[in-house]
Design a protein around this ligand. Structure first.
Ligand code: SAH
Length: 265
């Protein structure tokens, strides 16, 4: 059989937030290559004979390591295997799916990208924060917190971002101070509601609510663990009424639906 790579979004943490297509392809794979943000319960869905290869402790990979991962995928596909490349959230949202697909394209090998539920969408949702809301927010942006002001060759325009109603910052927990300062310097109001959602969608989820001005100080007292997203905008205030998720009661990771047969497992 001809090899093929499937770059699959594993969803934001909770195992059953993977798509049905992603789960089916994971179950059929000969090789599963996965990152640190993939729910452990999902890996149990791989075929017993499948090879499971862990390729990363954090999102903060160096270029060389990323190239090595692309080479690994290419070599397995070339050898005729069905490769499930499992990535946290959506594979194209700060997930290097583009680079890996490019390596496969250059090698003339077939691939498919299976979208996933990004933490950029799921973390606000699980914290009761709607990204858009009539009369409050007509747009949102997702940005990496890595490219804070002062970083050489930063491609991020923080003054433009300060004018977007809802901002979601990924990989920003270490840089909450600089992100908030950049937005304040660009004219965003200090009383703008802001929140941090840590380990979203899992039974460990924690949400810290503050304002753009008070968030850095609030975080110093709360010390939330990674992974976490930062949400900034008036919509954050709506979570006072819309906070629906009770982590302690969640049956997280439960995969009750047998997607292959269409029956309850
Ligand atoms: N492709 C992923 C993002 C990879 S970058 C996606 O679409 O979700 C890694 C960043 O994602 C983390 O630094 C954090 O900001 C965010 N993240 C991933 N999973 C998360 C979770 N369960 N809760 C909060 N943030 C999460």
């Amino acid at each position: 059989m001809r090899g093929k790579a499937y770059l699959i979004g594993a969803g934001p943490g909770r195992a059953d937030l993977i798509t049905v297509r992603g789960l089916n392809l994971l179950r059929q794979a000969d090789v599963v290559i996965y990152d640190w943000l993939v729910a452990p319960l999902l890996l149990e869905q791989a075929a017993p004979a499948a090879d499971l290869i862990f390729v990363g402790k954090s999102h903060d990979k160096h270029t060389l390591e990323q190239d090595a991962i692309s080479d690994l995928i290419v070599s397995h596909v070339r050898a005729g295997r069905q490769v499930a490349r499992l990535k946290g959230g959506d594979p194209s949202v700060f997930g290097h799916a583009g680079e890996e697909a490019m390596a496969l394209a250059k090698a003339g090998l077939p691939f498919e990208i299976v979208p996933g539920v990004s933490s950029a969408l799921a973390a606000p949702t699980y914290a009761g924060i709607p990204l858009t809301y009539r009369g409050i927010s007509t747009a949102f942006a997702v940005v990496t917190g890595h490219e804070t002001p002062g970083k050489v060759h930063s491609g991020t325009d923080w003054s433009a971002l300060a004018r977007i109603p809802t901002l979601v910052v990924l990989m920003g927990l270490q840089r909450v101070d600089t992100v908030c300062a950049a937005l304040l310097a660009a004219g965003r109001l200090p009383e703008t509601p802001a929140a941090i959602v840590s380990r979203a969608t899992t039974s460990d989820q924690r949400v810290l609510r503050a304002t753009l001005k008070t968030l850095p100080e609030a975080l110093r007292h709360a010390s939330l663990p990674t992974p976490a997203v930062l949400v900034i905008g008036e919509v954050v205030a709506l979570s006072a009424q819309l906070d629906w998720f009770a982590p302690a009661l969640a049956e997280v990771g439960f995969l009750p639906f047998d997607a292959l047969s269409g029956r309850q497992a």
